[in-house]
Ligand binder design. Sequence first.
Ligand code: HEC
Ligand code: HEC
Length: 420
Amino acid sequence: MARALHLALRAALLSACAPPTGDAATPEEAARYLEDRAFRRETLEAALWRPDLPYSRSLLSSYGLPDGGWDRLPVQASRTAPFTRADADVLARGEALALDDAREIAVPSAPEVTGDPAGPAREPDPGADPAEATWRALGATVFDRLPMRGDAWLDWLAARPALWNDAGLSVDAVGRVRGLVRFADARGRVRVGLTCAGCHAGDGVPGRGDRRLNLGRARALYAAARGLDATALDAWGPGRVDVTDTDSDDPTAIPDLFHVGTAGWLNHSGVVRVVGRATLAIRFETQFVQGHLMQTRPERRLMWALASYVASLGIEAPPAPAPPPAFTARCAGCHDPARAYGGDLVAAEDLGVDAAVARDPERGTGHYKIPSLRGVSDNAPYLHDGAAPTLDALLAAGHPSGEAIPPAERAALLAFLNAL
Ligand code: HEC
Ligand code: HEC
């Protein structure tokens, strides 16, 4: 118990002042993100609290620079179409994909999205700020339809429907593959792209990390077909991806996005500190540029829309019951009831978990983020790497530090977690 309190104190120290979040943004912030490069640069610099990491260095040397940097990249056309079972047959015949049926992701005009009293063209949520409602509606479309990345292995997989089940891809009643779209790359070639929904809409619920998707298997099959060793990729297992482009192989669980709007840090190791909604927009914008190999950048309005939408994602849950004494004593110091039972960052060595991701050479901060526990019972497997298959297993292993929890307290904690 003493150790748990000590750890909670350390976590509290790291959060000396609670950071701003992405859930509340003003029309002025949208305008500044869209129009003011110096503001984007400032936001980036404030967010990358570990500027020494290669991930940070790559963004700092390219984004929001006075002479352009990534600002000079051509804007990716937003015309996309769903990728279907029939498209796979086109690829299997060795033919090129077409985009005839593609639609533009409609970008509203400036006054419409920065809060013109004349109001937006789309239907606003009842009671919501109309500009905000417009952004969110647009963001939902971006989440479903904008390709975040294209990859050679994805083009390969798309042509082989016999492997889709193995890779955890699902096909709906009209033949659309969830998360895949057709788009034209910088050179005009029609390719297959992976959307946000491809990884973050498990069971079709937007925001739910997809725990069946097995991109490690997909990439292993692709590697094997080219005579390369695929053992490490195959070991990822479903629901886990290494989103870095380095040689280190540190796959992490695809996170739920339900609490991103109130999160103080992004990613399991907290490499991005949230200093407002522009942080989210910039995280997605730079992710897009890297996912498209620095060939194109996204239309910035689409990124603000995406940030507004992702910040609004949440889950329906009844109000949490009062926590049992064991939770208050052992857990609440880190999993703060006032912050959806989430919190700040904890040094990896203070936790009984694998430290590889915290020490990842590209983006490891030495820490892990304290995740929100709202809706946690639907969220197995647990921890940044999905190492704990059930809540019971997590508590039996003495989370957070390995110190045993008496069985009676474990039962009370389990009942509480299941009701959150
Ligand atoms: C290939 C699968 C994949 C795709 C596609 C993908 N993500 Fe993620 N996302 C991940 C993984 C894995 C992480 C965890 C990365 C880490 O911790 O280093 C993550 C982390 C995040 C986070 C931080 C969550 C947190 O709790 O800290 C946000 C926000 C996010 N993704 C949003 C998006 C959006 C928006 C898109 C589309 C623009 C997208 N992602 C596309 C796999 C994906
Ligand atoms: C020292 C701070 C700290 C304390 C105290 C703490 N946790 Fe955690 N908890 C964390 C961190 C950090 C993670 C994420 C670790 C990772 O991703 O590998 C986590 C992860 C979890 C998860 C997994 C959530 C998910 O979605 O994967 C659950 C469940 C959880 N904690 C419950 C508890 C309970 C119950 C207690 C009290 C017995 C507790 N925690 C005490 C820091 C703490």
